[in-house]
Design a protein around this ligand. Sequence first.
Ligand SMILES: Nc1ncnc2c1ncn2[C@@H]1O[C@H](COP(=O)(O)OP(=O)(O)OP(=O)(O)O)[C@@H](O)[C@H]1O
Length: 862
Amino acid sequence: MFDVAFDYSATQDEVYRATTKGLIEGLISGYNATVFAYGPTGCGKTYTMLGTDREPGIYVRTLNDLFHAIEETSDDMQYSVSMSYLEIYNEMIRDLLNPSSGFLDLREDSKGEIQVAGITEVSTINAREIMELLVKGNKQRTQEPTAANQTSSRSHAVLQVAVRQQSRCRDVLQEVRFARLFMIDLAGSERASQTQNRGQRLKEGAHINRSLLALGNCINALSEKNGNKYVNYRDSKLTRLLKDSLGGNSRTVMIAHISPASSAFEESRNTLTYADRAKSIRTRCSALRSPLTPRLTPSAEVQAHSSLQGRAEMDQLREQLIDAFRQQMEVRRSLMELENSNMEIQIDTSKHLLTITDWEQERSRRARKWRAERRKESLSKEESEKDSDSPDSPPDIPESQEVAMARENLVALMAEQKKIRKQKVALERRFREQRERARRLEELLPRRVSSEEQREVLGLLCKVHELEIENAEMQSHALLKDNVIRHKNFVVQRFEQHRHLCDEIIQQQRQFINDHRLLVPPHLQELYDLYTRELDSGLGYDTPSAPSGGGAGREPLQDVDSDQESVRMLALDTGRGRAKARRHTLPPILPEPEGDSNRVFKSSSHTRQMKHSVVMTPPPIHINGPGHQELRPQPQESMLSYSHLSGSVSSQLDSSPESSENGADAPLSRRADPQRGEEHRSEGGPRPRPGHLDPCPCPRQPDPRNPKSREPLSEARPAEGGPGTSRHGAGGERASPELRHATSDDNLSSSTGDGPALRLSQSKAAAQRFRPLDSTSDPHLHINGQPPAPLLRPQPRGVPPLTKIRLPQHGHPTGPTAVTSDPSSPGLPLGGTHRRGPHLRPPQPLLYVTTSGTGAQRTRKH
Ligand SMILES: Nc1ncnc2c1ncn2[C@@H]1O[C@H](COP(=O)(O)OP(=O)(O)OP(=O)(O)O)[C@@H](O)[C@H]1O
């Protein structure tokens, strides 16, 4: 199928109108154009292109119409037209308007366009002058009579018309358009047998055939459907000159000439085959402008030429590129929104976890208070009455609606998070595919766009979109970082909660120790001393100015409250409201003023690790977990020979209480008087002997904000003259630091308690009465709360009731924390023997067994 076919009756005008006239409007709009005549020798190529004086061919008709079009628009536009006329003969270029200039070279300019160096360019818009020039030039063309054609053209003739156009409205649009029109009369393909050429003619024929063969090869390569085949334009000057016309930015018309004679069947068939292949070449055509303007295509002109295939292809390529970038942007935006949603969910999750944890701690606090009240009641009643009337466990506290909602929301949020993860994976895959598609399109540009300006424009287009995508990515990362910071605030709050829990455990354990007058091993005492010193001094372990060391070189954790503050809050936590106020106040991210040392402390290795970690899952709350390690002093500070301790304590454990009483060191046993606790609460009670635990169950919890509460007891006690003022550790190896304990919720909330403070003996003898137990040695002793097991036996008569410790049971993934001591549990037989584990476990130094009471009464302490 061809666009149009003419028989012998077709006139020059018909051929011109059907093939070339349509190019003129594009030409003055900046579109390149090419018309070439192809076919066997003697079939009318020159006649079609040049014609005769009476029947001018395409050259003249085209130029006439071009000049008319220029004239019509000359009010608005300013044109300059130049013309050159050359021939390629035996692979040499001759200037037909100035044959004396010799052979000319082809050169490629900086824009990649082929130029004939030194060619004569005639500037005229006079059609008559043009015709005269052409006739004159054609006479210079190499023509020789052959057997096939008396006036056979032995060369390829190329008429080049350059149109430069500029708007006269300079202030409105400084736009210059430049277009070239090639009109080419090819030498005829010929068969030597037919032309019967010899000598020079044969040589000419060989050159002609060679260049036409090169042209044919280019046509074949360009017509390949995948467009990836290499096009070798360099095989001949003809193909080099026609490079843009064939495969570049040009609208090209090929007029194939064939003979009606059956004897020329073979040539006709070959010609039509070539023409058919050339028909499938898709050139990419767009208006050429210099300098570049933002307006890529004049809309009116685009509409006028939208039917042209090259233009459509160009638009298609650009559209594909823009579409690929747009889709990338959309996916990137969706990903950003998804990330944001994900972070919002995580933050919401943290909020709900905080709510639940707060409630767990509140429940624990209430239970503790209940037990403290029970203990007071039990001391004032007869044992029999107590046993019969009082329940064993605190009343169940129903969850608030807020907590129930938090649990429900957590489930929903987890489902949502799962959904988002799936969507994210799908979007990321789509994004990768689209990026690959855009990359392939960009790679196509150099092959499909021959014009340097076009390549530049499309390259810039690509760059702009790539930058937009990069910008979107950066926005996404910035947003993500913001969210990470927000989320970290919640993580920090979780740590705070965890610290509160640890502090609470410490306080309760100290209370327990005090209530039951237990001795603690020296190393534990040291740890506790350090802990209280920190509270008293208002400095953290790791504060740079802290003399205790261990913090040198560490960086302050700037975005969390101090441990002291947490402990103070615990001590002063008289109501739920305050805790809530703290919970809903985000800790500061920026460092506190240096002068406020109470609010600055250095991070432990764990907190530093968490600080730099991107894992946003709050830490699980475990006893002996990382939270405890934070409060742990440096190993050298708590150095203790466990083997030494173990042996000593072992002997003590195996001996009866009586034997303990007789020991050389201070005895561990306390009096069997069931009213002992009451005695110690009364003024003027017996002073404990050195080496004994201060029996007073009501030590004061110092208020760090109240300097009076931190006055050395050694000075205060004599003035009080009350019991429990004995100076312990007479036989100790070092000075005993002050210890202050909260023994009840009331005391916790008060800094002015009347009860005497406790001092724990630091004597070696006391230390030797303790031995750390392997928590695995007794199935009922679990330090990590799994399974919850009783730690204490039911209290025998005459012994103050033991505190039932129930740490918060966390119902969320942060892990359960439970150390339960249930007197009613059957785990420990009354007066049961203590099992000694085969191994000592230094990491769990809080687990000890000691004896207390008289006779066979032994109490397991934790
Ligand atoms: N349509 C036509 N009407 C009248 N004469 C024609 C027509 N086509 C060709 N001729 C005449 O046929 C002869 C050969 O034509 P022409 O020289 O144009 O062929 P060509 O294809 O250019 O040959 P070559 O390749 O050898 O140069 C010329 O004398 C030309 O005037």
